[in-house]
Design a binder for this molecule. Structure first.
Ligand SMILES: CCCCCCCCCC/C=C/CC(=O)SCCNC(=O)CCNC(=O)[C@H](O)C(C)(C)COP(=O)(O)OP(=O)(O)OC[C@H]1O[C@@H](n2cnc3c(N)ncnc32)[C@H](O)[C@@H]1OP(=O)(O)O
Length: 292
């Protein structure tokens, strides 16, 4: 169902599924390639590595979200895969979060379509039957952080330039309740109150201390650590682990599912305000200015 919706979404946004290619890597493994998401089976049996490849900053465009959900769905339906490592192909950036241009200067129908894609991506990641380990090899603000927080385990590169957190208030945005729930479930209520209101982005040592990530390791060991953690998680039989995960996460996901349409409407009303549009434009302009 989600796959069909995703395909329809891709068609609407002009992305041709026929451009997906399958090739054989050096180790003979099959390697699926989309435009923006690359899926590589790994040397660890049953484990795939998804690399975000939406340069320059892996922002979560509608096309990216759609490809990502389709990739995850394919892996879930392929019983040879039990776990996935999520990482980035863009140096120094895991994901810059939601694509600001998707939320700027568009019409309500576009905002509705975009927000539904964000919701569907989160539900797919948060409730995945697969073991998901985030190998965070770069900065990950807002929506990028949400993806990592929705995985089962997080390994972050020990680079003081990398920052992680939900910085929505710094953009003049209110954090959606399900982003908030995901953070609270990870670092607790008090730490979330402070982090969310101040829009804090944490360097690795602080992210570790807060419990926002599970491990901080040298940059060149992020993926190998994620793969060895995966081995530990895969030692547990899938059905008991999946039932346990579902038991823990279901209430949080159900909260959004129950209010999904209202959440879309709230997003449209909020993002369409002149004041919010102005804030986003100024924020984008500032990103440009800092280059000069
Ligand atoms: C009560 C009512 C409730 C209603 C609820 C409403 C809810 C609304 C909430 C909406 C939620 C939003 C969550 C989000 O994810 S918002 C996005 C947050 N992301 C950021 O703040 C990151 C911004 N980017 C950066 O800080 C930096 O770009 C970087 C990631 C640190 C990388 O820095 P670097 O120096 O390497 O690169 P540049 O800054 O030069 O960027 C290169 C180009 O990429 C463009 N860019 C960057 N980030 C984004 C983005 N998120 N979306 C779109 N485009 C982005 C940047 O402008 C440069 O473009 P240019 O080359 O054309 O200038």
């Amino acid at each position: 169902m989600a796959l069909a919706a995703g395909r329809a979404m891709l068609m609407r946004s002009g992305v041709r599924l026929g451009t997906q290619a399958a090739a054989r890597g050096g180790n003979g493994a099959r390697r699926f390639m989309n435009h923006r998401v690359v899926v590589e089976p790994n040397t660890v049996p049953g484990v795939a590595v998804i690399k975000f490849k939406n340069p320059p900053v892996n922002s979560l465009t509608l096309e990216f979200l759609t490809e990502f959900v389709i990739c995850l769905e394919k892996l879930e339906n392929d019983k040879t895969f039990r776990g996935v490592v999520l990482t980035s192909d863009c140096p120094g950036i895991f994901s810059a979060g939601l694509d600001l241009r998707e939320m700027c200067g568009k019409n309500p129908a576009h905002y509705a379509e975009y927000w539904r894609a964000v919701q569907e991506m989160w539900l797919k990641v948060y409730l995945s039957n697969l073991v998901l380990v985030a190998a965070i090899n770069g900065t990950s603000p807002a929506g990028g952080c949400l993806i990592a927080l929705s995985c089962d385990y997080r390994v972050l590169a020990d680079n003081p330039r990398y920052r992680m957190g939900l910085n929505e208030t710094l953009l003049g945005l209110v954090v959606p309740f399900w982003f908030k729930d995901t953070l609270v479930n990870t670092i607790g209520h008090r730490a979330s109150e402070r982090a969310l209101q101040l829009g804090l982005l944490f360097p690795p040592a602080e992210a570790l201390q807060l419990g926002m990530v599970d491990q901080v390791v040298p940059e060149d060991q992020v993926q190998s650590t994620a793969l060895s953690v995966m081995t530990q998680w895969l030692a547990i039989p899938d059905h008991v682990r999946q039932l346990t995960k579902n038991m823990i996460r279901k209430a949080t996901a159900d909260h959004l599912i129950k209010h999904q349409e209202a959440d879309i409407q709230n997003f449209i009303n909020f993002i369409s305000r002149d004041s919010i549009q102005k804030s986003l434009q100024v924020y984008l302009e500032n990103l440009k200015q800092k280059k000069h």
